[in-house]
Structures are given as structure tokens and as C-alpha cells.
Design a protein around this ligand. Structure first.
Ligand code: ATP
Ligand code: HMH
Length: 271
């Protein structure tokens, strides 16, 4: 008989929606956690019928079921870091914020999912204020894309300086520790350039620009990679730098599947 091998592993939790097409949401998050050798757990907030062309339907999971999933994971297994993705409505956002506070979940990455690249609205209109008031103050970092940063800051974003201004406004207004404004939705040379602000330093994160239409799930992948790095015990800024590197690699090996925007290649070394 073989000797038993004990194996401990960092644990991360994703509180997010399901993407039936497998490109974004919890599917992207769990693959990203696995790539980083972090055990992935999940609390599903909604189920989307979605593919590379867009979202056909969204069904919310009852708030009590979201609570039960979070408590089942944290009560038994425990998590070193967590992220939120698509939270859909006010009730779910409130619920998640309460659980994060009550269970003292640390290292929280909030991806304030509101609008997808395919133009689909992913949050109810009246839910944005609940997110800014209840969830953002508990976040280690918030990672809006161009459109979400416009909504959160109230500023138009067309240039890198606009991204810098938005990052500072979001930091000041919502008492969040760090902000990363993502540039996947920017035009020309700014595409793929991200801006970080933590109250002290404004940093510009640049990697190579990847010329592909297959960018579905980049935002989920980036925030999940930050979460995985935090679960591994890394500090926030190095976690962001490593996550940016990871998403660039995954984009370089993006999958050309479906008729629209295919997903990134999370396991690129195997492709
Ligand atoms: N073509 C590209 N080349 C290089 N980096 C890119 C490109 N597109 C996106 N990125 C990077 O991917 C990360 C995610 O940013 P993006 O703005 O695409 O998020 P998002 O809109 O939330 O994504 P999604 O909704 O598709 O999940 C950022 O680091 C961004 O700079
Ligand atoms: C489930 C889900 N979460 C997040 C996004 C944002 O890309 C999406 N399209 N679908």
C-alpha cells in the first residue's frame, strides 16, 4: 500500500455568474485558480445562457442559496482570498457584502461587472450604488473596465490621462484601497494598457498588445489571477503585475471557437 501523501494548498473563492460558453465567469475563474495551483471554490450568483456572440438569458440564484454556498465553503474549508464577478442585482450585492463582512473574508478582489465587451448589460440599473456603498469599501482592489470606470467615476474615458483621472476619483469617492482601470476596451495604442492607483502611486501597466478578436473573459481572468496570487501569499502590487502577465499570455493563445469573441487560453503552456 502506498503511503498517504498529505497535501495542503491555498484556497480561493469566486462569487460570480456562470457562463455556459465557458469563456468568462466562474468557468474562467476556476481554470485560472487551477493554473496557479490554487484550489478553487465557488458561490454561483446567476446562470447566463451565453456564448461567444453574447448573453441570451440570465437567471438569478436566490440570495439564500448564494449565502449558503459562501457559508458552506468558508465555514469548512476557509479561503485565503476571494473575488466577486457578476452579481447581477441589488439583493445579491447586499447579501454578498454582508457575508464578506460577517465572515471576515480578506483579500477581496471586486471585479465590478456591469457591461460585457459584446455590449450586454450585466447588472441592474439600480444596483451600482449598492455596489459602491457596501462592497467597494471592503475590497483590497477594484478592477473596472473602461465602461465600468466611466460609470463609477462619472468621467468620459478616451485617453490614458482620462483613465488616470477616473482611477483617482474612484479611489477617493469609494474608499477602496486600490483601483485598476483596465484598458482592453480602449482604442489604438492604449488598448491593453491598465492604470493602477493606490492613493499614493499612479502606475501604468503595459505588456504587449495582442491583435485578436478573441478576448472573451479577459477581465474575469485578470481578477481571478490577482485573487490566486493573493491566496498564494503575494502582496497586492506584485499580484497585479503577475496577473497582467498571465492574461497577456492567455490572450496570445486565445481560442478561436464560436462565431464571435472566443475565450482566452487559460492553459496556454499545454496548447
Ligand atoms: N488586445 C489586448 N492586448 C493586450 N491586453 C489586452 C487586450 N485586451 C484586453 N487586454 C487586457 O486584458 C485585461 C482585461 O481587460 P478588459 O478591459 O478586456 O476587461 P473586461 O472588459 O472586464 O473583460 P471581459 O468583460 O471580456 O471579461 C486587462 O489587463 C487588459 O489590458
Ligand atoms: C457570467 C459572466 N461574468 C462576467 C462576464 C464579463 O465578461 C460575462 N460576460 N459573463
Amino acid at each position: 500500500m502506498n503511503a498517504q501523501i498529505t497535501h495542503t494548498v491555498p484556497v480561493a473563492l469566486t462569487i460570480a455568474g456562470s457562463d455556459s460558453g465557458g469563456g468568462a465567469g466562474i468557468q474562467a475563474d476556476l481554470r485560472t485558480f487551477a493554473f496557479h495551483r490554487v484550489h478553487g471554490t465557488s458561490a454561483i450568483t446567476c446562470v447566463t445562457a451565453q456564448n461567444t456572440l453574447g448573453v441570451a438569458r440570465v437567471d438569478a440564484i436566490p440570495a439564500e442559496a448564494v449565502i449558503a454556498q459562501i457559508q458552506a465553503v468558508v465555514g469548512d474549508i476557509g479561503v485565503q482570498a476571494a473575488k466577486t464577478g457578476m452579481l447581477l442585482n441589488r439583493e445579491i450585492i447586499c447579501t454578498v457584502a454582508q457575508q464578506v463582512e460577517a465572515l471576515q473574508i480578506n483579500n477581496l478582489v471586486v471585479d465590478p461587472v456591469m457591461v460585457s465587451r459584446t455590449g450586454d448589460q450585466l447588472i441592474d440599473n439600480d444596483a451600482v450604488q449598492t455596489m459602491t456603498r457596501k462592497l467597494l469599501p471592503q475590497a483590497a482592489i477594484v478592477t473596472p473596465n473602461r465602461y465600468e470606470a466611466q460609470i463609477l467615476s462619472g468621467l468620459p474615458i478616451n485617453t490614458l490621462d482620462d483613465m488616470r483621472a477616473a482611477a483617482q476619483v474612484i479611489h477617493r469617492n469609494f474608499k477602496v484601497k486600490a483601483v485598476l482601470v483596465k484598458g482592453g476596451g480602449m482604442q489604438g495604442n492604449y488598448r491593453g494598457v491598465d492604470i493602477w492607483f493606490d492613493g499614493q502611486k499612479l502606475q501604468t501597466l503595459i505588456t504587449k498588445q495582442v491583435d485578436t478578436k478573441n478576448t472573451h473573459g479577459t477581465g474575469c481572468t485578470l481578477s481571478a489571477a490577482i485573487t490566486a496570487n493573493l491566496a498564494l501569499g503575494n502582496d497586492l502590487w506584485p499580484s497585479v503585475q503577475q496577473a497582467k502577465e498571465y492574461v497577456t499570455n492567455a490572450l496570445t493563445y486565445a481560442l478561436d471557437i464560436g462565431k464571435g469573441q472566443g475565450p482566452v487560453g487559460h492553459f496556454f503552456p499545454l496548447l
